[in-house]
Ligand binder design. Structure first.
Ligand SMILES: Cc1cc2nc3c(=O)[nH]c(=O)nc-3n(C[C@H](O)[C@H](O)[C@H](O)COP(=O)(O)OP(=O)(O)OC[C@H]3O[C@@H](n4cnc5c(N)ncnc54)[C@H](O)[C@@H]3O)c2cc1C
Length: 414
């Protein structure tokens, strides 16, 4: 087969998709207006979050929103001046929180998340990245038994959708992770979670494997899809004119909506902005990925005792200036978990999670068009779902019958 596929966007989703298309025998051109993996895929928390099967819009979360919004530095912030622009997305988000809808969305997320490790394993082996893939599981911390008891119904629902977990008491928690402060009394351990030391280096490793395997990378901004009637025939670029192709995958993260608009498709993408603090000299030896349930942030153990603190959601336009206080507050929160650490050579970062209001990504062909595919809207789960997205699209483009029904993830569902 010598099908030529252009993938627009070299974030982790586009890279993993391009690599798998190439491995399946396609001729693949990956386009990015900048360097590969320098946008949202650069600074995420590095987790393969396979237990996150419950969509964000669910009644438990909605009940907590008013309290969160009263605290400008809490886990969720809304820049009020952007409210008119965000309102349609927020209304759809609330509509997705009806119990029957939540049940269906949970099933659809679980169908993707249940195959993440199987989809990643061959890709990571092929790219020679096994040494970076830490399969140590994750610990979600709770201050006391009451806090854990309040979370158990959600954990029970996760178990019903195939997520294996067990609760740890304080003694077991101390054995698992001696670096944790004593006032964390219990936790839930998910053994199937894994993480990478550095998500940027990981994405670059996949990119290098793509290029080594004969994939082509072109640094150029895509300005439009080139259409011949209903069929795509290539991509118009700023620096290289028209590039022809048999199929095009749009994987531009939060910037994908311009191509949907061009084809009159409604794709309600907004940015759930998130922040990180990276502390390369923290000097804390952690083995597990740590989630703090009450504060909605996570700790990624990095190489050599470094830490990355990441999380928080800020609803604002993707181009709004960052509010760095949202990164700095993570430091005090983390000290309450792992004690004091060095902030030497600390860096802060903000990224745009590309989010659709029902929490499901858009993976699949655009209805009514031929050869146009979308791989976007992965929100909090882009690193986690990149290999699965690439595997499904490769099946769709090369074999026509994907191993999973893609209807729930259709880019045309809105
Ligand atoms: C603080 C934080 C923590 C996170 N933690 C995790 C985590 O632990 N696990 C997880 O799974 N996910 C996590 N995420 C989410 C994850 O980072 C994103 O879902 C993922 O990076 C999205 O990848 P992407 O490839 O879709 O988009 P991006 O990485 O943003 O890539 C899009 C690419 O498209 C290019 N592009 C855009 N427009 C054009 C154009 N017109 N022409 C050419 N190129 C174009 C851009 O230059 C960019 O390189 C986190 C996010 C944040 C912010």
């Amino acid at each position: 087969m010598d099908k030529h596929v252009i993938v627009i966007g070299a974030g982790v989703v586009g890279i993993a998709t391009a690599l798998q298309l190439r491995l399946a025998g396609c001729r693949v051109t990956l386009l990015d207006r900048g360097e590969p993996a320098r946008e949202t895929s650069y600074g995420n928390a590095g987790a393969f979050a396979v237990s996150d099967v419950i969509p964000l819009a669910e009644p438990g979360v909605l009940r907590r929103v008013p309290r969160w919004l009263l605290d400008p530095l809490g886990p969720l912030a809304l820049r009020w001046r952007y409210l008119p622009g965000l309102a349609p997305w927020l209304l759809r988000f609330v509509a997705a929180s009806r119990p029957r809808r939540v049940a269906a969305l949970t099933r659809d997320l679980a169908a993707l998340l249940g195959r993440v490790n199987a989809d990643y394993a061959p890709l990571i082996a092929h790219a020679g990245l096994d040494g970076m893939w830490r399969r140590h599981g994750a610990l979600t911390l709770y201050r006391d038994q009451d806090e854990l008891a309040a979370a158990l119904p959600a954990w029970q629902r996760k178990r019903e959708h195939g997520v294996a977990w067990h609760a740890l008491d304080r003694a077991a928690l101390q054995v698992r992770s001696p670096a944790l402060a004593a006032d964390w009394h219990c936790a839930v351990e998910v053994p199937a979670w894994s993480h990478v030391d550095d998500p940027y280096l990981f994405s670059r490793g996949l990119f290098d494997a793509f290029v080594r395997g004969g994939g082509q990378f072109i640094a150029s901004e895509a300005s439009a899809l080139a259409m011949d009637g209903e069929r795509v025939c290539g991509v118009d670029t700023e620096q290289h004119g028209r590039l022809t192709a048999d199929a095009v995958v749009v994987a531009c993260g939060v910037w994908s909506d311009r191509f949907a608009r061009q084809l009159h498709c409604r794709l309600p993408l907004e940015s759930e902005r998130g922040y990180h603090v990276t502390l390369p000299r923290a000097g804390i030896a952690l083995h597990h990925f740590i989630q703090c349930a009450s504060e909605s942030f996570v700790i990624l153990p990095m190489a050599g005792g470094g830490l990355r603190l990441a999380g928080t959601v800020e609803l604002a336009h993707r181009d709004a200036p960052p509010d760095w206080r949202r990164a700095h507050i993570l430091i005090d929160k983390a000290r309450r978990i792992v004690g004091d650490f060095s902030c030497e050579e600390m860096t802060v970062w903000m990224g745009n999670r590309p989010s659709l209001p029902d929490t499901l990504p858009a993976i699949g062909a655009l209805p009514g068009r031929q050869g146009v595919y979308f791989a976007t809207g992965h929100g909090h789960l882009g690193l986690t779902l990149a290999a699965t997205t690439g595997a499904l699209l490769t099946e769709l483009i090369c074999a026509a019958t994907p191993t999973l029904d893609l209807a729930p993830y259709s880019p045309g569902r809105f």
